[in-house]
Design a protein around this ligand. Structure first.
Ligand SMILES: *Cc1c(COP(=O)(O)O)cnc(C)c1O
Length: 380
């Protein structure tokens, strides 16, 4: 490599450092240290197919991947002898895989999901050529149960696949699985499948309560989670947990057409299972729980400070996402805020410090006083 190229790389890394220090709008944890795993970068570490079936290619991390699956299966209280899943490329693939399994089980079903659902769900529905029913949400972003009930009643001769959001993208609202189950029961739909998209909140909610209402005990048939969000990873990744019996029924069909691979992609990233395994082993549930509590209290601090300064900030229950009215363009760009319509949010992920939040608050207050000044000038 010549000097110019090397210099370019150095400057690029420096610029990332600067960008990362003002990244508070997207749910990606920072501050992790996987340097003990660096020598893994010298191998073509690739997982082919299902982690529970050892194939011919030996440079894999299946042993770590199955441990990661066990950890999440345990977290989500999956039935002990009816668990399968794998480490995916992210929450999106986890959603696609779950909907794929659901469609193979119930080919004639309608997919119900709310307008606050992550874009990977409608995308998967289109890819899988499924029919869907869009349900509005309440103001906090939670699915409107009365509307859901109404639509279920209307279509109660067809099986139902429901995608419950356990932490919506914009406001981190959680759909209530027991209420959804009750709606299915009242609409007399016995043939149903519930998928929980818990990409962001799934990793820490079960650590904060003894009875998370979105898990397998409460009727979930599959759960999707991202690995690079709360846990943190330099490479995007996710986890999907499904019931083995459901997966086996899909696998049977696939073997019929000549393949036993049950995952979505071909070669899968073998580094990610080791990264997640390392994170779980070094932090265990206790450290992860402590981290979640720190995030929650930082979110509460941010919400209160914004309100004290006259902003209309709010937060859903047990949420690390703080929602407020979209500020000026410069603030949105500097702090990389995610916006939708007139709403913006920031997410108090692991690795964000109180100093960072304080700097953001100072910017917000400055922005507001400039805005007030301009308003007075234009109305004067
Ligand atoms: C982030 C997110 C996804 C997508 O996950 P990726 O890991 O980015 O693919 C899906 N659903 C929700 C609710 C999310 O927050």
């Amino acid at each position: 490599m010549n000097i110019l190229d090397r210099d370019r790389l150095t400057r690029y890394i420096e610029s990332l450092r600067a960008k990362a220090s003002t990244s508070i709008g997207y749910p990606f944890a920072q501050g992790f240290d996987y340097s003990e795993l660096y020598s893994l970068l010298t191998f073509p570490l690739i997982n082919l197919g299902d982690p529970f079936i050892e194939g011919n290619y030996g440079v894999n991390s299946f042993a770590f991947e199955t441990e990661v699956i066990s950890f999440f299966a345990d977290l989500f209280r999956a039935p002990k002898h009816d668990v399968s899943g794998y480490v995916t490329s992210g929450g999106s693939e986890s959603n696609l895989y779950s909907l794929y399994i659901a469609r193979e089980l119930l080919p004639d079903a309608l997919v119900y999901y709310s307008t606050a659902t992550h874009y990977s769900v409608p995308k998967s529905v289109r890819l899988l050529n499924m029919k869907s029913v869009l349900i509005p949400t309440s103001e906090n972003g939670e699915i409107d149960y009365a509307c859901l009930r109404h639509e279920l009643d209307k279509n109660n001769r067809q099986p139902a696949i429901i995608v419950a959001n356990i932490g919506t993208t914009m406001t981190e609202a959680k759909d209530d699985v027991p209420i959804i189950k009750q709606a299915l029961y009242e609409a007399k739909i016995t043939s149903h499948y519930i998928h929980c998209d818990s990409a962001l909140s799934g990793t820490y909610l079960p650590l904060l309560t003894s009875d998370p209402t979105f898990d397998f005990k409460h009727g979930a048939d599959s759960i999707a989670c991202s690995g690079h969000k709360f846990i943190g990873s330099p490479i995007p990744c996710g986890v999907v947990i499904v019931k083995k019996s459901n997966r086996d029924r899909v696998a049977e069909r696939i073997s019929y057409i000549g393949s036993i691979d049950t995952t979505i992609t071909g070669s899968r990233n073998g580094l990610n299972p080791v990264i997640l395994w390392y994170a779980i082993k070094t932090q265990a549930k206790d450290r992860l729980r402590e981290k979640a509590k720190v995030c929650l209290s930082l979110a509460s601090y941010t919400e209160n400070k914004l309100r004290d300064a006259g902003f209309d900030a709010w937060r859903n229950h047990q949420s690390i996402t703080v929602v407020f009215s979209k500020p000026g363009e410069l603030i949105c760009r500097k702090w990389q805020l995610a916006t939708q319509g007139e709403q913006a949010h920031l997410i108090c992920m692991p690795g964000i410090s109180i100093d960072t939040i304080d700097e953001f608050l100072r910017d917000m207050i400055k922005d507001k006083s400039v805005e007030n000044c301009e308003r007075r000038l234009t109305t004067a």
